[in-house]
Design a protein around this ligand. Structure first.
Ligand SMILES: CC(C)(COP(=O)(O)OP(=O)(O)OC[C@H]1O[C@@H](n2cnc3c(N)ncnc32)[C@H](O)[C@@H]1OP(=O)(O)O)[C@@H](O)C(=O)NCCC(=O)NCCS
Length: 294
């Protein structure tokens, strides 16, 4: 093979990047690549071999931490050091005083372990493979929780609260999700919390519900149930944190099957030679937006 050139990914590359994520069976649409490039200006990278995109990695600045996404190497170029080079390039784009997080597949984890990433929590992909509507049966959500579709005017309060539950600022992504898939987005207001909320996204192969952020399991189920009731007749995925076992059990009871694990990993910030812990977050996050976004 010709020597790969590691360079910035540009708008002109997106069709080829989309080809790459499609051949490995990932769920991104061209639109997902567009938003990823938009939120990671100057930190989206590609390995270019003879004018084709052979590998990608994207580093997203979420304020209090960075996120590494789309670590992807063309199957015909694996185990030749491309993943390592792309990861090093993405990590080098992150200021050393900030931590990095990512959601690792079983294939990616051995590589990340070599770069000081540590396991932080586990996530399971729950898949519902399509069929008749799986939303709540009439009366089934007789829970006393008042859930309603989200409006643009809810976003400011939700984004502010999300900084605590997620631990970083992903307001631009949440705004995009609401705009792109408004039917999934729902909100619950209670007197003891600013907002509980749920978003979703459309995908190439399946739709995804998340993030689901709530004060307790019951509200999380009501939010996810409302989103599911709005799902079209196509597969739906929920990547749920395993620590919320009642939420996972509820998904299984609704007909979801557990497909594969993801490991949330973090690399602590390097400050004065020692690595500092990531700010706490995610305690009320039941399901993630997706491994590309956190
Ligand atoms: C994970 C991935 C990006 C690695 O890319 P790669 O170019 O093959 O990785 P490298 O050649 O740079 O490997 C670097 C090191 O990582 C480790 N590694 C990479 N692939 C591995 C595998 N399949 N099993 C065990 N270790 C592996 C090895 O230590 C390897 O060094 P070595 O080849 O000298 O032993 C690639 O397998 C891939 O695209 N997988 C599918 C998409 C995916 O799951 N991405 C991760 C998302 S979190």
């Amino acid at each position: 093979m010709s020597d790969p050139i590691i360079r910035l990914l540009t708008v002109d590359d997106l069709a080829d990047a989309f080809r790459l994520s499609t051949i490995v069976g990932w769920n991104q649409r061209l639109d997902d690549w567009r938003i990823l490039l938009r939120i990671a200006p100057g930190a989206a990278f590609a390995a270019d071999i003879d004018g084709r995109i052979a590998a990608t990695a994207i580093a997203i600045d979420y304020g209090r931490f960075w996120w590494i996404a789309m670590m992807l190497v063309d199957p015909s170029y694996r185990r030749r050091g491309l993943g390592r080079r792309l990861l090093e390039t993405a990590v080098a784009a992150v200021p050393t005083d900030l931590p990095i997080r990512l959601d690792a597949t079983a294939l990616g984890r051995p590589l990340y372990l070599q770069y000081d990433f540590e396991d932080e929590s586990t996530i399971s992909r729950h898949v519902w493979s399509g069929g008749p509507a799986i939303g709540p049966a009439p009366g089934a959500l007789n829970s006393g929780v008042d859930v309603r579709p989200m409006r643009s005017s809810d976003l400011a309060a939700i984004s502010e609260q999300d900084k605590t539950s997620f631990g970083g600022d992903r307001a631009a992504v949440l705004e995009w999700a609401l705009h792109d898939a408004p039917h999934f987005a729902h909100v619950v207001y209670t007197s003891d919390a600013p907002a509980h909320y749920c978003f979703g996204r459309r995908g190439r192969l399946f739709d995804q519900i998340g993030p689901v952020v709530a004060g307790d399991e019951r509200i999380a189920q009501v939010l996810a149930g409302a989103a599911l009731a709005s799902a079209a007749d196509r597969p739906v995925v929920v990547d749920a944190f395993d620590q919320h076992s009642a939420f996972s059990a509820w998904l299984r009871n609704r007909g979801f099957a557990v497909q594969r694990p993801l490991i949330r990993m973090r690399r602590r910030a390097k400050v004065n030679g020692s690595r500092t812990a990531v700010a706490s977050g995610s305690i009320a996050e039941f399901a993630i937006l997706g491994p590309e976004f956190g």
